[in-house]
Design a protein around this ligand. Structure first.
Ligand code: PMM
Length: 297
């Protein structure tokens, strides 16, 4: 399978000639990395528009923190947080993704103008999710997920993390297809940090080519995650830098993921990643055009 397979077009979304940049707007008081800052409709819409001005191709709006140990918000509260922000951004012409595990939130977001449903449970948390997405003909992100984490990272045990994530994602994609979502609207995502520790995340990033063999566009969401804190810590036992000091490292992952053929990267800080995906495209272009080093001085 060609390296470009992960970059393939997602029907129902604009086509980009490089890895797309998905900016994150968390309308939550408790998200692990930017919680509380955009917990107000007007501020959240303004932030989403600022991300677009900085180079986001699409904006992912979420109203429920998926941070390990986070308590779930109820449906009414999630709707109250998310729908006005989706509507506000969509009415400004922004391509909006909704980050939700609830079918009702997905359905109302699509009605309010969202273009993509991003479900970290891959349709497992709410049995009504896949029918809603299929009926709407919406694109759908299927993330690798092993369930809600109560009491820590208990489900993060693997013999071979890459093979198991690929196989489990393959099974989810089959279920989503059986539920009527069309294959050209499915995006896959390894779910970095979800039932995975830092080593698992790094091994997955080292083998994005294996995820591309699933034959669907690939989304990589590394932004500010714990594994970057571990990589950046001065020593194995040293405290990791806080989430908001992991943006340069996030942009480095964006360049690597884009160069490996990812369809999109999901990030909180857009500007550096917008540059990173352009550098990756330029290098890819040079490689595609060139005949090797000879002739280049
Ligand atoms: N991670 C978070 C939230 N949504 N969606 C996808 N598709 N993939 C992810 O890895 C993912 C996600 C983590 O939460 P944050 O928004 O607080 O970083």
């Amino acid at each position: 399978m060609s390296k470009q397979s992960g970059r393939g077009r997602v029907v129902g979304l604009p086509a980009w000639d490089r890895c797309a940049v998905m900016g994150v707007v968390n309308v939550t008081p408790d998200s692990f990395s930017d919680g509380g800052r955009w917990f107000d409709t007007a501020a959240a819409v303004k932030h989403g528009l600022a991300l677009v001005a900085e180079g986001a191709d699409l904006v992912d709006v979420g109203g429920e923190s998926t941070r390990p140990g986070a308590t779930r918000v109820d449906e009414a509260e999630e709707l109250k947080r998310v729908i006005p922000v989706v509507r506000g951004l969509a009415s400004e012409g922004v391509t909006v993704s909704v980050d939700t595990m609830r079918a009702s939130v997905a359905a109302q977001s699509l009605a309010a103008g969202a273009a993509l449903v991003n479900d970290v449970s891959g349709g497992l948390a709410d049995p009504a999710m896949i029918p809603v997405v299929a009926d709407a003909g919406a694109p759908f992100v299927v993330m690798h997920w092993r369930g809600f984490l109560e009491g820590g990272n208990v489900k993060g045990v693997y013999d071979d993390v890459v093979t198991e994530v690929v196989d489990e994602l393959h099974a989810r994609v089959e279920a989503v297809l059986a539920g009527g979502v069309s294959p050209d609207r499915i995006v896959v995502d390894p779910g970095l940090g979800f039932s995975k520790d830092a080593e698992h995340d790094l091994v997955l990033l080292a083998h994005l080519d294996r995820l591309l063999t699933l034959g669907h566009p690939l989304l990589v969401a590394a932004s500010r995650k714990r594994f970057l804190g571990r990589v950046l810590a001065a020593a194995p036992e040293a405290a990791p830098p806080p989430a908001r000091e992991r943006d340069a490292a996030t942009a480095a992952v964006s360049a690597l993921a884009a160069y490996a053929g990812a369809w999109a990267v999901r990030v909180h800080e857009v500007r550096a990643t917008a540059d990173a995906v352009r550098v990756a495209r330029a290098v890819e272009g040079a490689r595609a055009a060139g005949n090797g080093a000879e002739g280049v001085r």
